[in-house]
Design a binder for this molecule. Structure first.
Ligand SMILES: [Ca+2]
Length: 368
């Protein structure tokens, strides 16, 4: 509980109430009333936000490490903030999925702004990789804003170089702002053609409403010019729009199952997602948070878990200002639009199995 931001917020509230009452010179019944009120709110919030319950360890497939020749070379471009109090966690969870997935060879991570400034996402990504014993994965800092000069974008330069060297081999998953991709294409106009595939999280096919609360689109709208360029680049593209994330909510039973795994990776994840879990639970009253970015990552490795449609993106630059993804179905189109998670249990089990596999690898390294 001492690690919980809620705990310290409540302590501050109590201290402020007492100080206010003392300052007003009426530290008697008014102070006691404020204290009682604050404690009631604190207990209600903590109970509502942190109660998860217990579960038995789930039955999961046992994963085994594969040789590099059998793994897909991937680069992950993300605006990761998992581990920061009250910040988005889905990029972090998708990254840990990719690290634990035996069929993935994660070549590097490039960082984007979005959920936080790029300095924060870069630092947080490095810290998370260190915590799971994968500090050997290179992290390259991306653009600060849509107006960045490509020349100053270390991530974009690296993307252009490596994709050029391994033409047609690399799949790029991007779940933050699209500026790094635009900047990579400034270094190499054929950048998108040289990719094996592109998996994006972003856009909304209609206004995004979660339990009566509207949500603004973030990733495409942050740099509409870049999003428009990426979506019309013509390379095989899969898009997980906001609507797909609403069928990928991680709730209390899933968190309880994660805690029951009790390996180093699962314990780390449970610790790092609690404040976001509690905040989302209180705000959306839906018992958890959306695994937005995992939809893009798992469409690469396990497309059978999802419903999707082929077609063409016909959105304009203006549409991109609000992330509006205008889509025309067509069976020969270059774009796959994810409509939602079809097999929710399989989707969650895939996460738990890979996170647990990552935990086993951490244990093995510690024992060596
Ligand atoms: Ca993201």
């Amino acid at each position: 509980m001492l690690r919980s931001p809620w705990f310290w917020i409540i302590i501050l509230l109590i201290a402020a109430s007492i100080a206010a009452a003392a300052a007003l010179g009426v530290l008697h019944w008014l102070g006691l009333l404020l204290l009682a009120l604050t404690l009631t709110i604190a207990i209600t919030l903590l109970t509502a936000a942190y109660a998860v319950g217990r579960a038995k360890p789930p039955q999961l497939p046992r994963l085994h490490t594969l040789p590099n020749s059998e793994r897909l070379p991937i680069i992950y471009d993300c605006d990761l903030t998992m581990g920061r109090p009250f910040r988005e966690v889905s990029d972090g969870l998708a990254l840990l999925y990719l690290l634990g997935e035996p069929r993935v060879n994660l070549l590097c991570v490039t960082t984007a702004y979005g959920n936080g400034p790029v300095e924060m996402t870069t630092h947080t990504t490095r810290r998370l990789l260190d915590l799971v014993g994968r500090g050997n994965v290179a992290v390259l800092r991306g653009a600060v804003s849509p107006n960045d000069d490509a020349e100053t974008n270390e991530a974009a330069r690296h993307l252009a170089d490596i994709v050029n060297k391994r033409r047609g081999e690399i799949t790029l998953i991007a779940t933050g702002s699209m500026t790094n991709l635009k900047n990579a294409a400034a270094f190499d106009p054929d950048f998108f053609e040289k990719l094996r595939g592109l998996y994006l999280m972003g856009g909304v096919t209609e206004p995004l409403i979660w339990n009566s609360r509207p949500l603004a689109e973030l990733n495409f709208a942050l740099d509409p010019e870049a999003a428009h360029q990426v979506l019309h680049a013509g390379c095989p593209t899969t898009i997980a729009p906001g609507q797909a994330g609403l069928s990928a909510i991680f709730r209390s039973p899933q968190l309880a199952a994660l805690q029951a795994l009790n390996d180093p990776a699962s314990r780390l994840i449970a610790r790092q997602i609690r404040s976001w879990f509690a905040l989302m639970r209180l705000y959306f009253r839906d018992g958890g948070f959306a695994l937005w970015d995992s939809v893009a990552a798992l469409m690469l490795t396990l497309p059978g878990l999802f419903d999707y449609e082929r077609g063409y993106v016909v959105a304009t630059r203006d549409d991109m200002r609000s992330g509006r993804l205008v889509f025309e179905p067509g069976k020969n189109g270059p774009v796959r639009l994810v409509r939602g998670v079809r097999d929710y249990d399989g989707f969650i089990a895939a996460h738990l199995a890979t996170w647990h596999h990552l935990g086993e690898m951490m244990e093995t390294r510690r024992n060596q």
